[in-house]
Design a protein around this ligand. Structure first.
Ligand SMILES: Cc1cc2nc3c(=O)[nH]c(=O)nc-3n(C[C@H](O)[C@H](O)[C@H](O)COP(=O)(O)OP(=O)(O)OC[C@H]3O[C@@H](n4cnc5c(N)ncnc54)[C@H](O)[C@@H]3O)c2cc1C
Length: 659
């Protein structure tokens, strides 16, 4: 699907991406939700007009990305940003690319028209992100901290109730952060998300940055934050502690966190700048050099509380869901670039009488890279679609008084389904795209042989850039814990439903008419078997054995008091293996849906199944037969040689990750 010719347009040369715009996406419901039922006078006329506009936007982003990002990516890699006189100075190539984005009004893409935006769906924004990431992933990251933060401000203001809707007109009348949103929309400012501290990354309950209120009611933030992407921003969304940690139990400390909006600096009329946040340094990183990663100090910095005290963690999750989908499209951009680079080289380079692309092993690598790319893009589009549908229908529900019967029916039917699908897919997608970006960027280096290890072709840059993906926006391990916890919790809450679902999979694996559907059902059955094994072992560890009880009796047996520190050990040990199986299941389901709508997609599912059937069987075997030795070793360490517990006050590893 990917061709190897040098490209002037990253959208026009991408057959798979164009398939989504032309046929693969069910645009009508999304456009209707994005245009709020076509209520506003300046709304798009119909779905056709809207989709033609989205295609035009992507063509234009494809051209800009090829010219200003892809062609300049090695300069972006070389020109490290630095701190000078309290501000960050960025490299020339990045600065020029962002001037071009601003000139093309790209920052306006997803904002509502009433704020000066173009009101495109988030899905179009994510696809645009993939195009930029194919050129340079750091540039894409910085791009996403424009509209990403502006739209988060809007979402927060809707959640806290400070946005006023013109219900009849299908428009937003006013919103709390309107001035800031309009500034970001014009491309005059951007934002950042400020969470991580030197002693608190994955474990947010350890965050210590404090927010206190003056007598006059002004909030002030003090503390140190590190690793902040685009931390030279004007607008910071900061998580700070407003209440002391509430003990050591699972999740303790998260409820004392609150969300704040901070303006980091003010431009005075005389041209001087007053700063309220100190940029301590820009990190010197392995890659991702076009993206500023800053360490910041807040010292009695004035801040505005967003939402209620103690809602910070909840609000952060709202932004994170979108951000994780965005990072996933970054990963896909990297895989697209890695595949094209590797294929071009492999077709031109000869060894032992033929191009290396004709050698069996290399042909297999290239085939797997392409299969994964197509499969991951399918999952990413499905996830983005579900997340956006959930968000937009959630907003539509606020137009309650004017809803038509059709809209009410959509809300009742689609909203819960979209929420559940988005919640299920997002951690799987983030894990899969990040890990595969690293794997395939490494393959690209390997296919280049010795020159892959030099800076000549840029293969090593792709690998260096890719390596941050499994770390930021929640590490791969944290995504695995989330996926595992959600899945197993669902079973514990509804074992009869789980048994029913397992039986249906088994039946379809034998009796479905379509052979591809039978094979997908077999993957689903393997996943159910892995889940059954983990739940049974978890329960057996706690209660002696329920493995031999009828499944209907599990609920009462399992509802006894749990100690997450010990009781989930086997599930935590195998969380990543289970996640890999759940990813294969989700991808197969999405590719089957595509195949049923468009038979031209069947070969992609066939290729994916060929690789994932054996993988899932192996993973199931690992889950059901290994792990006892590691757990015994950990138990021994925890209790020390004298048998006394050495970890009694350690927070549960599942506590924060799995919230
Ligand atoms: C380039 C870059 C940009 C970033 N941008 C931002 C940003 O914009 N805003 C922001 O707030 N932060 C940002 N971060 C920080 C990033 O989110 C954290 O680095 C990440 O959450 C991991 O935290 P940590 O580094 O403290 O690692 P730790 O939490 O100390 O984890 C170390 C390792 O232990 C694993 N681990 C931790 N807990 C568990 C567990 N329970 N079970 C199994 N394994 C576990 C982790 O998965 C990881 O592999 C950025 C980081 C980088 C490198």
């Amino acid at each position: 699907m990917a061709n190897n010719a040098p490209s002037n347009n990253f959208f026009a040369d991408n057959e798979d991406l164009r398939w989504y715009v032309d046929r693969g996406v069910d645009w009508a419901p999304l456009v209707e939700a994005t245009e709020y039922g076509f209520r506003a006078p300046d709304a798009m006329k119909d779905v056709g007009e809207a989709v033609a506009f989205y295609r035009e936007v992507l063509e234009s982003v494809g051209e800009l990305s090829a010219k200003y990002v892809g062609a300049k990516s090695s300069a972006m890699d070389r020109e490290h940003p630095r701190v000078e006189g309290g501000a960050v100075v960025e490299g020339r190539a990045v600065t020029e690319a962002f001037e071009a984005f601003r000139g093309a009004e790209l920052h306006r893409l997803v904002f509502p028209r009433e704020f000066g935006g173009l009101n495109a769906p988030l899905l179009v924004y994510f696809l645009a992100g993939e195009l930029i990431a194919r050129g340079d992933v750091g540039a894409m990251t910085h791009f996403s901290f424009h509209a990403g933060i502006g739209m988060a401000m809007l979402a927060y203001s809707i959640y806290e109730g400070s946005t006023k809707f013109d219900v009849e007109g299908g428009r937003i009348e006013s919103t709390r952060f309107q001035k800031q949103i309009e500034e970001i929309c014009r491309g005059d400012a951007w934002g950042c998300m400020v969470i991580t501290e030197p002693d608190a990354g994955s474990d947010m309950a350890r965050l210590r940055t404090k927010a206190e209120q003056d007598r006059d009611g002004t909030w002030r933030i003090s503390g140190q934050k590190i690793f902040i992407t685009s931390g030279h921003a004007k607008y910071h969304l900061v998580i700070a502690r407003t209440e002391p940690s509430s003990g050591d139990g699972p999740g303790a400390g998260l409820d004392g966190l609150s969300m704040f909006m901070v303006q980091a600096y003010e431009e005075r009329e005389d041209g001087s700048v007053e700063r309220f946040v100190t940029i301590d340094r820009v990190e010197d990183k392995l890659g991702h050099n076009s993206s500023v990663t800053a360490a910041l100090t807040y010292d009695q910095t004035p801040a505005q509380l967003v939402g209620n005290r103690g809602d910070g963690f909840k609000y952060m999750l709202v932004l994170m869901n979108n951000a994780r989908v965005g990072v996933s499209f970054e990963g896909i951009g990297i895989i697209e670039a890695a595949l094209r680079m590797a294929r071009e080289y492999a077709e031109g380079r000869r060894s032992m009488g033929k191009p290396i692309a004709q050698h069996e092993m290399i042909a297999d690598y290239l085939d797997e890279m392409e299969t994964d790319l197509l499969a991951l893009r399918a999952l990413a589009v499905a996830s983005a679609y579900a997340e956006e549908t959930a968000q937009k229908l959630g907003i539509l529900s606020r137009f309650d008084a004017t809803l038509s019967d059709h809209e009410r029916a959509r809300l009742a039917d689609e909203l819960p389904r979209a929420r559940a699908r988005s919640r299920r897919f997002t951690p799987l997608l983030k894990y899969a795209t990040s890990e595969k970006a690293v794997e395939h960027a490494r393959r690209c280096v390997q296919i280049h042989g010795g020159v892959g290890y030099t800076k000549e072709y840029g293969a090593e840059k792709l690998l260096r850039d890719a390596m941050v993906l499994p770390i930021y926006e929640g590490t791969s391990q944290i995504q695995s814990l989330m996926a595992m916890k959600d899945t197993l919790n669902g079973i514990v809450k509804d074992p009869a439903g789980f048994a029913r679902k397992s039986a249906q999979c088994a039946l379809r694996a034998r009796a479905a008419q379509d052979p591809l559907e039978r094979r997908v059902a077999k993957i689903q059955s393997l996943c159910r078997a892995a889940e059954r094994s983990l739940v049974a072992k978890t329960a057996a560890d706690k209660l002696g054995t329920v493995r031999h009880l009828p499944i209907g009796q599990w609920k009462s047996a399992l509802s006894k008091k749990w100690d997450p520190k010990r009781d989930f050990a086997i599930a935590m040990l195998h969380a990543e293996r289970l996640t890999k199986m759940l990813i294969d299941e989700a991808i197969c389901e999405v590719l089957l849906e595509q195949s049923q709508r468009d038979p031209a997609r069947r070969p992609i599912l066939e290729r994916y199944l060929e690789r994932c059937e054996i993988r899932c069987e192996t993973l199931l075997k690992e889950i059901t037969t290994t792990g006892a030795r590691i757990l015994a070793m950990l138990a021994k360490k925890e209790h020390g040689d004298d048998g006394a517990s050495t970890a009694s006050s350690a927070p549960s590893p599942v506590s924060h990750a799995a919230e």
